[in-house]
Design a protein around this ligand. Structure first.
Ligand SMILES: [Zn+2]
Ligand SMILES: [Zn+2]
Length: 248
């Protein structure tokens, strides 16, 4: 979420609605839903979030920016958001790699990803405080670093620890290569797979930090990030005690 102007949900996977409410966020205040590709850990609550954003499908509202596969399907996956939900947003954007669009006062560009959904894209956000980006699921490829130059914050999907590659995903070794070539001010590792969890994500983050000298942390549940003059990370968001009636 960015200030009061742009409230976006990026890759609403399983339980996103319930987790949002538990965090004290109000999905009815969303004005954008972004979906990077058509795999269930990234899209299952997209329709639910569109329902919240459009007040139960009673008014056209907000932006849906999603990979081509999410909107239309392709040779390996079905479309993951129904036509019924797609037509309830004010603006629908097919996020092809290198596409640029604006949501509120933030400009967004889709970055290339190489994954088992061939239409997968990451997103780069340009704000008054500089740029941050989210890679989505991708494997390392020669040109990847050019999408992430000049960032303040890189949110990197790292499925696997060092030495355990898996096609379509990144390891700690790949993260080191990208970070060395892009040198963001801060990196956050997310999308941590089971072998990463068993290995210890904090340990892998420390390994990256030692090799690159770029501050790197592994995301934890409930983590909050303030992206302003400074980048402030809080491992656990102070939960606000809110009841449902606060939303109406
Ligand atoms: Zn995926
Ligand atoms: Zn995934």
């Amino acid at each position: 979420m960015i200030g009061d102007i742009l409230n976006l949900h990026l890759d609403p996977g399983p339980g996103a609605l319930v987790h949002s409410i538990n965090e004290g966020l109000n999905p009815q205040k969303l004005n954008a839903v972004l979906v990077s590709h058509s795999h269930p850990d990234h899209y299952t609550d997209a329709e639910v979030m569109i329902e919240a954003m459009t007040r139960g499908m009673t008014r056209k509202h907000g932006v849906l920016a999603a990979a081509r596969s999410v909107l239309r399907g392709n040779s390996v996956v079905e479309a993951s958001i129904s036509k019924y939900h797609q037509q309830m947003v004010e603006q629908k954007i097919e996020a092809l790699p290198k596409a640029k669009f604006n949501i509120a006062d933030v400009s967004v560009s889709a970055t290339e990803a190489r994954h088992t959904d061939p239409d997968a894209v990451g997103f780069r956000f340009t704000t008054e405080f500089g740029d941050f980006a989210y890679t989505t699921d991708t494997e390392y490829f020669e040109d990847i670093a050019r999408y992430y130059q000049g960032l303040r914050l890189l949110i990197l999907c790292e499925m696997r620890p060092s030495g355990k590659p898996w096609k379509g995903h990144m390891t700690t070794d790949d993260a080191v290569k990208i970070i060395e070539r892009t040198r963001p001010q801060q990196t956050i590792l997310t999308h941590l797979g089971m072998s990463m969890i068993f290995q210890g994500p904090a340990r892998e983050a420390k390994l990256i930090e030692e090799k690159t000298n770029v501050p790197t942390v592994a995301a934890v549940d409930d983590m909050s990030v303030e992206f302003g003059e400074k980048i402030t990370l809080q491992p656990r968001r102070a939960r606000t005690q809110r009841g449902l009636r606060d939303f109406f």
